[in-house]
Each structure stands twice: as C-alpha cells, then as structure tokens.
Ligand binder design. Structure first.
Ligand SMILES: [Zn+2]
Length: 175
C-alpha cells in the first residue's frame, strides 16, 4: 500500500532512483490514486514524463504526456521497452536532476508493451520524442538516470552541479 500523501518529487542522488523497482501486483484504487498524484507532480514541474520512483515509490509504473496536459497522459504499468534500429544523440533533462541538460544516446524508435489503468495490455511502436521519453522513463524503473547515461566529458562538465545536488539532497540518500 502506497501512502500517496507522502509522494514528493525525488532528486538525485536519492536511493529510490538508483534501485530496480518492483512490479505492480494489482491495479486498484491505491494505484489509481498514485497515478493521480504522479500526474499532479509531473504537471507542476512541467515534465513530459514521470516514473513512480521519482515520486518516491519503487514500483514499475510511469506516465507520459508529450503535450504536458492531463488529457494527454498515458499510463504504463509493468512495461517492457524494446529498442528498434539506430541510435541517436539528443539533449535531455530530468525532473529529478534539475538544471542539467545533456546529450544522451538512445534508440530512435522502440516498442513498448504495458498494462493501462483499466488492466488492458497494449503494445505500441514509438519514435521521436515519444520513443525517447519511453526509454528515459523505463530507465528510471531500472534504477538508471541521465547521470549514469551521460558521457565522460559531460560528467566532467556537470561535475560541480552533480556534486551540489548530492550535497543538497544528501538526506534523501540516508533515509
Ligand atoms: Zn527523468
């Protein structure tokens, strides 16, 4: 049971962002409340996607709304994301790693299979920003952030900012 009143945006280097999330066992009112709470957090922070670990909950669930509206939200529960074709290098940010924008290598296309809030399984092929968002959010439930994905030069460039975040959000790691 997730206490959705306690859900807050989590920041790097919080432990919940570094671990593999657990499958959602049952899609019930609690999960629906969690999705509502995640929607609020994502829209408040002007993101296009949010994974449950970013709300402090280690579950395999994320939401995406490419146009940043409530109506545009898609829910992905227990998803699998499979890359298709070639790689691409595009600048990305992350709500959990504020003020850092860095080029991340991802596949141009991918396939996603997931369950929605009505417990229906669906499969889609995605490209462009959608494909990138799916891979970014899937990384989150695998415990991977753009801080792990960025190249060694970017790590040097962003070293100070990452260090500052680590100091600012240190308590989150010790919790
Ligand atoms: Zn992110």
């Amino acid at each position: 049971m997730v206490d959705t009143d306690k859900c807050r945006i989590t920041h790097y280097p919080a432990k919940v962002l570094a671990g593999k999330a657990q499958p959602v066992e049952k899609i019930d009112d609690n999960i629906r409340r969690l999705v509502e709470k995640m929607t609020d957090i994502m829209l408040e922070n002007k993101g296009v996607g949010l994974a449950a670990p970013q709300a402090g909950v280690p579950l395999r669930l994320f939401i995406i709304s490419l146009d940043q509206t409530k109506e545009g939200i898609k829910v992905f529960i227990n998803p699998t994301v499979t890359p298709i074709g070639e790689l691409d290098l595009v600048e990305e940010g992350c709500l959990s790693i504020p003020d850092i924008y860095t080029k991340i290598r991802r596949y141009k296309k991918c396939k996603v299979t997931a369950t929605d809030l009505a417990s229906n399984e669906f499969t889609e092929e995605a490209e462009g920003l959608y494909a990138r968002a799916l891979q970014h959010e899937f990384d989150h439930i695998e415990g991977i952030t753009i801080a792990d994905r960025m190249g060694s030069t970017a790590k040097i460039v962003h070293r100070k900012k990452l260090k500052k975040l680590a100091e600012e959000y240190k308590e989150a790691v010790e919790e």
